[in-house]
Design a protein around this ligand. Structure first.
Ligand SMILES: Cc1cc2nc3c(=O)[nH]c(=O)nc-3n(C[C@H](O)[C@H](O)[C@H](O)COP(=O)(O)OP(=O)(O)OC[C@H]3O[C@@H](n4cnc5c(N)ncnc54)[C@H](O)[C@@H]3O)c2cc1C
Length: 448
């Protein structure tokens, strides 16, 4: 059994199938290609390590151990399969172009060795392709996807195996250097299935009923903070749906979880969508080191954008509303390529996820699945709407923390001079007009 992004014993189809076949060896490989990428994040790595510790304990309780290796993913698995004279390999299916290549490569090797290779659903509630629009292919728009997702038959989640017949293997857990401590203020956000399920149950008891009203206010804990657990598969998305289903107020929450499935089916159909425009708008981008740095550092002079970027750097997390506002600023006000911002997010986020991150960036850029590709998010209007008491801005921007809400949300030139908070790096309206003009001009040039 090869674990990847399904780090749980509950509702794990691959694990159950492997266990049904006889003695089992469980393995996770820390893939050098992922761990050494420029988009790797030490916080995500630390969270992953906690997930692995928790999984190792759960497997231990069931009678098996978790072997953790590091290096070339395929080679490590092949070596171990060879040593064990494995007859079957079970694994969760996955949808990014890299995951697909890695799986195909291993599958081909298994075929050459007469090893049966089985890919099981596991990272989404509904596997890509389970529902399709009338004309076939993937759903390109969320609302019809959601309608059909809601009524689609879903298999009942499996329990955890009662017991496992483990093949003896030393538990070679390793701790990547310097990554044990997760530097974010949510100290209760500890990786692993045990914590993930506790968080989910607590959320369903205490938070979900107010989700619809609270989910857009970044200064309060109005969302579940389950995204890192879902990313690493500490919680089965199907289990989440099952546990949430009859809880009052949960539909809006389940709808967001269905966005994960929606983006996975897009990525499955178009694995290049993590690098290429899903809908090509013919954009040409600027690049300016100082401008990019001011966005990264949170010194653009747009308080809500700067607060979001400073939270991201400090915590490796950012509220969804802020992800939209900061991404929109980089793309539509500062005219920088969505890929650049998406890569930076990946390098910081604890929940960094190929499908969710890159396709949400494309949504904001208007190159993705948004029905309205000309959507504009004015950072000042957004602040007045979603942070009107400036609690979030004042928390993350110390220069503005002593000001009145009105001054912190939209500081005047005089206030900026007094506090040392910078002037806006661009004029919002002017920069949007330039963006729109360029997009229009480039769209007419692009080959059809
Ligand atoms: C530019 C941008 C980048 C993003 N990058 C990521 C990322 O790397 N990883 C990631 O998990 N989410 C990403 N999101 C989606 C969303 O912001 C986070 O899932 C959410 O903020 C996580 O907080 P939560 O768990 O409290 O969410 P909740 O509001 O409690 O939602 C529950 C779950 O639904 C899923 N979900 C919620 N919103 C979305 C969405 N828009 N798209 C897909 N799934 C969603 C998540 O798994 C989330 O945990 C991004 C959004 C934007 C606009």
């Amino acid at each position: 059994m090869i674990f990847t992004r399904d780090l749980r014993v509950d509702d794990n189809q691959a694990l159950c199938a492997a266990a049904a076949e006889g003695p089992i060896s469980c393995m996770f490989v820390m893939d050098d290609q992922i761990a050494n990428a420029s988009t790797a994040s030490h916080r995500r790595q630390a969270f992953l390590q906690q997930c692995l510790d928790d999984l190792a304990n759960s497997l231990d309780d069931l009678g098996a151990s978790l072997e953790i290796a590091r290096g070339n993913w395929s080679e490590q698995i092949q070596n171990r399969a060879h040593e064990l004279q494995a007859t079957n390999l079970h694994i969760a299916d996955d949808y990014s172009s890299y995951a697909k290549r890695r799986l195909d490569h291993l599958g081909n090797w298994c075929a050459s060795q007469n090893i049966e290779f089985q890919r099981h659903p596991g990272v989404t509630a509904l596997p890509p392709g389970d529902i399709q629009p009338a004309g076939g292919g993937e759903y390109k728009v969320f609302t019809p996807y959601w309608r059909s997702w809601l009524t689609a038959p879903k298999r009942p989640p499996l329990g955890s195996p009662k017991t496992l017949r483990g093949i003896d293997a030393a538990h070679t857990s390793f701790i990547p250097q310097g990554s044990r401590r997760i530097e974010h203020s949510h100290t209760d956000l500890v990786g692993g299935e045990t914590h993930g399920l506790e968080r989910l149950k607590h959320w369903l008891r205490t938070g979900v009923h107010q989700y619809e009203e609270m989910r857009d206010t970044p200064s309060i804990d109005g969302t579940s903070l389950l995204s890192p657990y879902l990313h690493f598969g500490c919680i089965s998305p199907l289990r989440l749906v099952e546990l949430s289903r009859n809880v009052p107020g949960s539909e809006a929450f389940i709808r967001q979880v269905a966005w994960r499935d929606f983006y996975s089916q897009i990525l499955n159909a178009r694995p290049d969508a993590s690098r290429q425009d899903y809908r090509n708008r013919g954009d040409e981008w600027d690049y300016d080191d100082d401008v990019y740095k001011s966005w990264v550092d949170g010194t653009t002079g747009f308080p809500l954008v700067d607060a979001g970027m400073r939270q991201l750097r400090a915590e490796g997390l950012m509220h969804n509303r802020l992800r939209m506002v900061t991404a929109s600023c980089l793309i539509k006000n500062l005219h920088h390529d969505w890929r650049l911002g998406a890569d930076y997010f990946m390098s910081q986020l604890i929940d960094g996820d190929v499908a969710n991150n890159y396709l949400n960036w494309q949504w904001v850029a208007g190159t993705g699945t948004d029905n309205n590709p000309h959507r504009v998010l004015n950072p000042t209007t957004q602040a007045k709407r979603f942070d009107k008491d400036a609690k979030y801005i004042r928390r993350w921007i110390p220069e503005l923390s002593d000001l009145s809400a009105a001054d912190a949300v939209d500081p005047s030139i005089a206030v900026r001079q007094e506090t040392g908070y910078p002037l806006p790096i661009v004029d919002h309206h002017e920069s949007i007009e330039i963006f729109k003009g360029r997009r229009l001009a480039n769209a007419s040039k692009k080959p059809s």
